[in-house]
Design a protein around this ligand. Structure first.
Ligand SMILES: *[C@@H]1O[C@H](CO)[C@@H](O)[C@H](O)[C@H]1NC(C)=O
Ligand SMILES: *[C@@H]1O[C@H](CO)[C@@H](O)[C@H](O)[C@H]1NC(C)=O
Ligand SMILES: *[C@@H]1O[C@H](CO)[C@@H](O)[C@H](O)[C@H]1NC(C)=O
Ligand SMILES: *[C@@H]1O[C@H](CO)[C@@H](O)[C@H](O)[C@H]1NC(C)=O
Length: 310
């Protein structure tokens, strides 16, 4: 019996080795041909690079009063200095958190520079001036707020402004992943998405704790600011992909609650934005061929440039 057993074990081992050999012989030529990043993978990820620059610049400046030029100038590749960005007047907890968000973006830019290689591009022109923020918030409310909304004034205003940024990146990454082909590209975007979603959740959670409070000196609550910003972004994206901190019950989790700490669809899945929707939203124009908003000259990369030319 013992003899018979070990012979069949050897038989199984032999068969396994043969099968493995066949697999390797078939796999090596075709598997190595599967690039980690295809050209369209690079081009899709380039769209996100525009937003990663925006976040890095805004959060680092908000927390520290300086940004990539002081900390990691090689990541800017000589791109133009941002317009009007400032250090925000933050309390210690908010500054601590915003600093972490900014430093996370240095990591994202570093890996993007490494992985995108010649598809990486210099920092794009960004407008983060008080006047530009005021205009964006006025557009959200459909009226001129008096005094004009200043994100740098205090922690609450800054967090409201921050609410406008990582969420667009998050939905963009959700939209990008199904289009990717290479294993490396999928891994990278999944890893970026995880942290982007976390950043949005942190900002939303901090705002949620004060959602019913008025944002001084205005007559609107924190929840109303988020609803107006999300509604504006829906309009700019020509789709329903964005929800504020409070929603009609039918849109809350499982249709049972009005509190909406995360923005998600009927199945509590993340909404997605296409590259076009990302661009038309961050340009504030509802049209990827018309730059504006945070990107007065538009974004860079094949897809953004393609729309700008058309
Ligand atoms: C905030 O941090 C600064 C510097 O670390 C410290 O001097 C100050 O006491 C802190 N303020 C509060 C309210 O904790
Ligand atoms: C876009 O990126 C390319 C490098 O890929 C660079 O040469 C060009 O100056 C950039 N354009 C803008 C407007 O930033
Ligand atoms: C391809 O991507 C995978 C997943 O990220 C990674 O483990 C692997 O090292 C990459 N291969 C090359 C040749 O870069
Ligand atoms: C969005 O569009 C709807 C329908 O046109 C309009 O009623 C609403 O005021 C718009 N909201 C914003 C914030 O632009």
């Amino acid at each position: 019996m013992a003899f018979h057993n070990s012979r069949s074990t050897l038989g199984v081992l032999f068969t396994t080795l043969v099968l493995f050999g066949v697999l390797v012989a078939v796999c090596i030529p075709s598997c190595t041909a599967q690039a980690n990043f295809t050209t369209t993978d690079y081009e899709n990820i380039q769209v996100a690079l525009n937003l990663e620059y925006l976040e890095a610049v805004y959060f680092l400046w908000g927390a520290y009063g300086y940004g990539l030029d002081n900390l990691t100038p090689h990541l800017t590749e000589g791109g133009p200095k941002p317009i009007g960005v400032q250090k925000a007047n933050l309390d210690n907890l908010t500054r601590d958190i915003v600093a972490q968000l900014g430093l996370e973006e240095i990591g994202h830019l570093t890996i993007l520079q490494k992985e995108l290689g010649r598809y990486y591009f210099p920092r794009v022109q960004l407008d983060l001036s008080e006047a530009n923020w005021a205009k964006i918030i006025d557009n959200a409310f459909g009226e001129k707020l008096n005094p004009p909304f200043n994100p740098y004034k205090n922690s609450l205003n800054y967090l409201i402004s921050a609410y406008t940024i990582p969420y667009v990146g998050l939905t963009g990454y959700v939209g990008t992943i199904p289009l990717l082909q290479g294993e490396g590209a999928k891994a990278l975007v999944a890893e970026l998405l995880g942290v982007e979603a976390g950043q949005d959740a942190v900002i939303r959670t901090l705002l949620y704790t004060v959602k019913d409070e008025l944002v001084p000196p205005y007559k609107y609550t924190v929840a109303e600011f988020t609803e107006k910003i999300s509604s504006l972004r829906n309009n700019l994206s020509h789709a329903f992909v964005d929800e504020g901190l409070e929603v009609p019950k039918s849109e809350g989790a499982d249709g049972l609650v009005t509190g909406n700490i995360l923005s998600a669809n009927t199945y509590s899945l993340s909404y997605a934005r296409t590259a076009k929707q990302v661009l038309e939203t961050v340009y504030g124009t509802g049209n990827p061929s018309i730059p504006g908003g945070f990107f007065p000259k538009g974004g860079n990369g094949t897809i953004a440039l393609g729309y700008l030319k058309s």
